[in-house]
Structures are given as C-alpha cells and as structure tokens.
Design a protein around this ligand. Structure first.
Ligand SMILES: NC(=O)c1ccc[n+]([C@@H]2O[C@H](COP(=O)([O-])OP(=O)(O)OC[C@H]3O[C@@H](n4cnc5c(N)ncnc54)[C@H](O)[C@@H]3O)[C@@H](O)[C@H]2O)c1
Length: 320
C-alpha cells in the first residue's frame, strides 16, 4: 500500500512496484496528487493497481487497511504548505501527525510487516553547522518549522509502535527530491524548469548561495523498495551527500535551454537552512542503496517533462 500514491514521489514508487509485479493499493485524497500521475500505471498494469480516494485523517483508513492487509505500507501522504511555510500548522499536524497515527494503527490492525515512512531530511536536523555537513542521522533532531516538528513526531510514534506491537519501520529522511511530475510549487528544480521552458526568468529566493542536496526521484523510489526488506528500526538519509547552491543549479539547468533569461531574486523564507547535505553512508550499508543520477541528467529530464506538458497545453485542439 502506498499512501500519497497519486503524488510526485508516491506515483513514481507505484510505477516501480507494479513493474516488479506487486499488487499495489494507493490511498490518496487527491488534494495535491492527481490520477494523471497514475495514468501510465493504469494502462500498463491495470490489474495490479487499486486506487482508494480517502483522507488519511479519517478513521475509515484503519478499517480499509485491516480489510486489504498490505504486507508493506509506504506512508507518503502528507500536507505541506506550498509557497508560504507554516501557514496552516494545525492542518499540517492533522494530516501529518493524526493521519500518520491512523496509518500506523491500520498497519497494526492489518498485521502488516512494516511501515516505510517518508521523513524529511530537509527539516529534521534544523541548521547543522558547516563542520557537521554532510549531516549524519546521529546529529540532534532540531526541526525549526511546525512541518518539521510533525514529521519528527511521526518517527517517535514509529519507534513506540515498534516497541509496543513489533511493527517494523524504516524512516527515510529525504533530501530535496526532484524529477518529472513534481509540482513547480513543490520544488526549485521543477519551478526553474517551468519558467525556463516558457522563456521566462526563474525566481531565486534569497541570495541563491544557500545549498541543498538534490536527489532524483527514481533513486528515491529505489530506496523505498529496498527499505521494504532492509534497514528495520532505522532512520536512513536519502540524498547524495553533495551540496549544490541554487545559483549553481540555475547555471546547470540554463545549459539545457536555448536563451535562458537571467534569474530574478526575491527575499528568502524564514526557517530555511543556509546549507544542507545528507550523509548517505548508512543507506549504503543498511539498504545497499546509492544515488546514481547526476543533477545534469536528472534536471534535463525535468526540463523535458515540463516541455512536454507545455506543448500539450498550447497544442491547438484536433480538427481546427
Ligand atoms: N519532495 C521532497 O523534496 C520531499 C522531501 C522530504 C520529504 N518529502 C515527503 O515525501 C512525501 C511525498 O512528497 P511529494 O513531494 O511526492 O508530495 P506530493 O504532494 O506530490 O504527494 C503527497 C500526496 O499525498 C496526498 N495527500 C495529502 N494529504 C492527504 C490526506 N489527508 N489523505 C490522503 N492523501 C493525502 C496528496 O494528494 C499527494 O498525492 C511527503 O510525505 C513529503 O513530506 C518530500
């Protein structure tokens, strides 16, 4: 079962699981996700896929899970304020904390083997010092936003449920994930690509000297699949271990565009880390996982994806 399976990362994971021959149940309220993300899955592997349009805040999820009895639950459904962080912290906690408790209760009722949780490596460690980068899982967990606090709380619940009911878990602390299907409001790579293919200037928040660890969505789906059978009871960072500044990202992506306009700058967001990269040695040892997509290759496929979407939108209707 993949909660949030109609979303950007979730649908990529669903494609991978179906291609491996698994039966997959998707639970998604379609608030930010879309059935269009599952279009390929539906045409290619229709018999393996069941979609349940359901809000994880509703207790019905427990009953559904008890009935469907998933062996493994990949829990990716989550709320995140796009554009303006911490605009609706109570809603964030309802979906991300209460919704996650429902999902773990459902896993207990279903007798599931384990829950693999999409934790947030971008918020879990707060602002690590320069000497702590790339940051390890043992670094103090000090999120600086309500969203990060909720995501951290879910890890604490997973530890408690493991002790209480022997439900195994893995919490994948994800770096900045990018790739095709990402909403331009959900990540800087998709936002840059959206502007660049339209011939418009990309917007950089802050100075652009802030760094992030960008990891490609297919590599992330691979980490989830591995975590279904390995890494029990652990938090594992999923990133590349490398810092890339936003200015550098812009430069790399601009190479894939004919005449990219210079970027425009707007003020940065409060709570944003100045520098971040995740140490991924634990994922290598415990999951046998390594990232393998370069930012040049990965961002090129995002540009191609945005170009295709733009062409579809601007193509005249057939018959005119
Ligand atoms: N994208 C990143 O860089 C990143 C980084 C760290 C962690 N994560 C985590 O990865 C997960 C997936 O993120 P994404 O980038 O694919 O975002 P997304 O918005 O594309 O996916 C989230 C999915 O959850 C669904 N959803 C939201 N609220 C729901 C609810 N109440 N009930 C059922 N479904 C609900 C949405 O419709 C959507 O399909 C999230 O848990 C997110 O916090 C993402």
């Amino acid at each position: 079962m993949v909660t949030g399976g109609a979303g950007f990362i979730g649908s990529t994971l669903v494609d991978r699981l179906l291609a491996e021959g698994h039966q997959v149940d998707v639970v998604d309220d379609l608030s930010t996700g879309s059935l269009a993300n599952l279009a390929d899955a539906r045409t290619q592997w229709a018999r393996g896929l069941t979609v349940h349009q359901l809000d994880v805040r509703r207790p019905d999820i427990i009953e559904l899970m008890a009935r469907r009895k998933p062996e493994v639950v990949f829990h990716l459904a989550a709320h995140e304020d796009r554009g303006e962080p911490a605009r609706r912290p109570a809603l964030d906690a309802e979906v991300n904390v209460i919704g996650s408790i429902n999902v773990v209760e459902g896993a207990h009722a279903a007798g599931s083997e384990r829950v693999v949780f999409a934790a947030s490596g971008t918020t879990l460690y707060g602002q690590p010092g320069a000497s702590d980068l790339p940051v390890r899982e043992s670094h103090p967990h000090r999120p600086r936003t309500p969203h990060g606090v909720g995501k951290k709380a879910v890890i604490d619940y997973l530890v408690a449920y493991r002790d209480l009911y022997a439900i195994e878990f893995v919490a994948l602390a994800l770096a900045s994930v990018y790739g095709p299907r990402q909403d331009p409001r959900g990540g800087v790579v998709a936002a840059f690509a959206d502007r660049m293919v339209a011939g418009e200037a990309a917007t950089i928040e802050g100075t652009g000297k802030q760094t992030r660890d960008f990891v490609y969505v297919d590599d992330v789906a691979d980490a989830f699949v591995r975590a279904a059978t390995r890494g029990g009871g652990l938090i594992c960072n999923v990133g590349t271990g490398h810092e890339l500044s936003i200015l550098e990202l812009h430069r790399v992506m601009a190479e894939g565009v004919a005449v990219p306009p210079d970027p425009t700058f707007v003020p940065g967001r409060p709570g944003d880390a100045a520098r971040l990269s995740l140490n991924v040695e634990r994922a290598a040892i415990q999951l046998g996982w390594k990232p393998w997509t370069t930012i040049a290759d990965g961002s090129r496929s995002v540009l191609e994806d945005r170009r295709r979407r733009r062409d579809r939108r601007t193509r005249p209707p057939v018959g005119r």
